[in-house]
Design a protein around this ligand. Structure first.
Ligand code: ADP
Length: 338
């Protein structure tokens, strides 16, 4: 059994896709885990995942499946990671932050706000707790440098290894959170995230963004302090460089993004062999940070975000193939820390 869960989310068609392709979609749902995918250039392909979120699925469905088990584990000292992957415009940031992080109604809230609520709720209702803290750091990997979104003067943070061999970002600002309003204020760091304009999407994200929650809870029963880390990763767009219509700085950014995403693909490929030696984590900052999530004592949920339109079929197909490879990761199911 694996502790890596792979899901797919198809967002609703947008207006330009509707105009261009007459409401056509590139998949045919079979059930909650599988669908046929149609690409004009290839035969239909059958895909199966742990879960498929079709366009009518809401944000709460995604949260319940992906994040709720991870929150429960974090309270028991087990780390969890949720990663959104896909081309620009496929719905990664919508799934993570909702349509507008600062102003969205309950129904539209993304994983980020729901994880804050879920963690605060779990801490409030925990009966076996002497004291607790919840902290948040926010960084982005931009042009292969790690930048602190709470303090932009820290623009080249380094990854270090802790005493339990865990990877952490040294010097990243940690903000304590005790209520949801405070958390929302902290999240204003998102406004610092690097975005550029490409032909794919006017506000496509050109960086990988990581939200790192650290929850510490001291048990009344045994006096032990349990520390759980939840990392939410909103990856930069996975589209091919030539499709972005990029040149100059944007082209450099796109090359860096493609390089780190292919390192992620290489790490996933290596992990699917089941051998733990020679996993190329060191090839990029992204894979070094995600080392614990993909190969260690952590539960990981990968959400592959796709456009439902035939106009984006080849990018969606490559996202789905990425997810299919990740499904083969062989890491043993972690033991619950006691
Ligand atoms: P990405 O982060 O992958 O570049 P976005 O999350 O910014 O893409 O999504 C692109 C657009 O599609 C945004 O306007 C977003 O609000 C909308 N969108 C994405 N997913 C959904 C969804 N499931 N339901 C409604 N709108 C969505």
């Amino acid at each position: 059994m694996s502790n890596v869960t792979i899901s797919v989310r198809f967002r609703p068609l947008n207006s330009s896709e509707r105009r261009g392709y007459d409401d056509a979609i590139c998949f045919q749902a079979l059930d909650a885990k599988s669908f046929w995918f149609t690409d004009e250039k290839e035969d239909d392909v059958l895909f199966c995942f742990d879960k498929v979120f079709y366009p009518d699925c809401g944000q709460a469905d995604v949260y319940e499946f992906l994040a709720m088990p991870i929150i429960g584990d974090a309270m028991n000292g087990i780390n969890g990671t949720i990663i959104t992957y896909g081309q620009t415009g496929a719905g990664k940031t919508y799934s993570m932050e909702g349509p507008n992080i600062f102003d969205c109604d309950e129904h539209d809230k993304g994983l980020l706000q729901r994880v804050v609520d879920g963690l605060l709720e779990s801490l409030k209702s925990s009966t076996d707790m002497a004291k607790c803290t919840l902290k948040l750091s926010m960084v982005e990997i931009y042009m292969d440098k790690i930048r602190d979104l709470f303090d932009l003067s820290k623009d080249n943070l380094q990854i270090k290894q802790g005493k339990n061999q865990e990877m952490y970002i040294s010097g990243a600002t940690e903000i304590s959170i005790s209520n949801a309003l405070e958390a929302m204020r902290s999240l204003s760091g998102i406004a610092n995230r690097a975005v550029g304009e490409t032909q794919m999407n006017l506000a496509s994200s050109r960086s990988h963004c990581l939200y790192i929650f650290l929850v510490q809870r001291e048990s009344v029963t045994d006096g032990r302090m349990r520390t759980g880390k939840i990392v939410l990763v909103d990856l930069a767009g996975s589209e091919k460089v030539e499709k972005t219509g990029a040149g100059g700085r944007i082209l450099d950014e796109a090359k860096k993004i493609n390089k780190s995403l292919s390192s992620l693909g290489n790490v996933i490929n290596a992990l699917t062999t089941g051998k733990t030696s020679h996993i190329p984590y060191r090839d990029s900052k992204l894979t070094r940070i995600l080392r614990d999530a993909l190969g260690g004592n952590s539960r990981t949920a990968l959400l592959c975000c796709c456009s439902p339109s035939p106009s984006n079929a080849s990018e969606s197909l490559s996202t789905l193939r990425f997810g299919t490879r990740a499904k083969l990761i062989k890491t043993p199911l972690i033991a619950i820390a006691s």
